[in-house]
Ligand binder design. Sequence first.
Ligand SMILES: Cc1cc2nc3c(=O)[nH]c(=O)nc-3n(C[C@H](O)[C@H](O)[C@H](O)COP(=O)(O)OP(=O)(O)OC[C@H]3O[C@@H](n4cnc5c(N)ncnc54)[C@H](O)[C@@H]3O)c2cc1C
Length: 393
Amino acid sequence: MDKMFVLNEDQRAILETVSRFARDEIAPRAARLDANRDPLDCFSWEIVEKAHELGIRTMTLGEEWGGLGADSLTTAMVVEELAKADLGVSVIMAQTFKVAQIMQRALSPEQQQRVLPGFASDPRGLLAIGNTEPGNASDRYLSIPVPFATGAERADGGWIVNGMKQFISNGNRASYYLVSVQTDRRKTMADGATCFFVERGRPGFSIGRVHDKMGERLANNAELVFQDCFIPDANVVGEVGKFGAVYARFLPASNSYAGASVLGVAVALYEKAVEWAKMRVQGGKPIIEHDGIRAQLAEMRMLIDASRSYIHRAAWLADHREQGWDATLSTLPKTMASQAAWKIATWCMEIHGGHGYMKELGVEKLVRDAAAFLHSDGVNRTLFLKAANDMFR
Ligand SMILES: Cc1cc2nc3c(=O)[nH]c(=O)nc-3n(C[C@H](O)[C@H](O)[C@H](O)COP(=O)(O)OP(=O)(O)OC[C@H]3O[C@@H](n4cnc5c(N)ncnc54)[C@H](O)[C@@H]3O)c2cc1C
């Protein structure tokens, strides 16, 4: 399908590499990995290492760190391309792309020297963001005045952190994490929480349960556990008490990447529906020749194209905020794309009839995957509320 923005030579080359990677390395493995019962067995280091070899894993790092310096629009396009082959792999990479972007913008030069060379050279280097807690989830999007349960007490030269995070993408696989911690218990998370970067293996920091998800299974999600974990002042990202500012200021494109992930699933569903409609004969002709089916395929196409345009506009404006960025672009594109994908999933199943419900055609996996982003990166209803608060504050 056409892209809304004109691609330059560099973007075209990156997308061609990613398409080949998705076709040759991800697609042939995805169904088999997804079918494993244990979520740990659904994850593939081979895929991550191949992404490293091709320069995909580090593509949002600047050239001075050995990356390609990909902008947010190119990154969103890449995320969609990966997700057409498998949603989980796109999420593994999207988290890494976006945390690498935040780190380059928000870490001090000294912190960057400590983190980025190691991340760039490690073929298994992945990144994660830990905000969600068992008792504290949508509240952070809605500025509800409560504190994070994961908190820190002052210690000599740093902080002693206790608490836990849950549902964290790449939680058990990452080498570096950005984590929100309440450093002033008397305040709310909006004015008393701090963003820290945490290295894997730091004493007192461990991985809890790995979640058994219904879809997006090639990515792992896990709990992060902090038990008297000392984190030095040198690991504070931005200013103490200003965790929200780090994400708001340095990563406006996060929602576009989430939207691009689920959009890739929508495209895969649409392509399956078209293929089946051309092949399946009922009523004396291929079902694509029946008006109801043809019209539904056009509606799918419209939802995909409109979602993509919204995502691309938001991703481009994230890098050119002076051109008309507004806060709803950090909530609504993913919401639209995930609603579209969910509709397309049910229609794709319907077009396949009973075959859509049988595992062997692969529609069932895509339906499970399409559900992931109704909740991930913020529940849609929560994001509508946040957008409304931004619009009518
Ligand atoms: C696949 C997946 C990957 C994820 N990856 C990460 C990650 O990498 N890092 C991370 O930090 N988190 C991650 N999350 C967490 C995700 O951001 C949270 O699930 C999400 O923010 C919602 O939290 P919750 O599931 O606890 O739902 P709740 O906040 O408990 O919401 C439950 C319901 O109540 C509604 N609701 C809540 N508050 C209000 C209100 N004030 N008014 C009206 N309705 C309300 C919500 O809209 C929702 O329908 C991930 C989640 C999933 C499913």
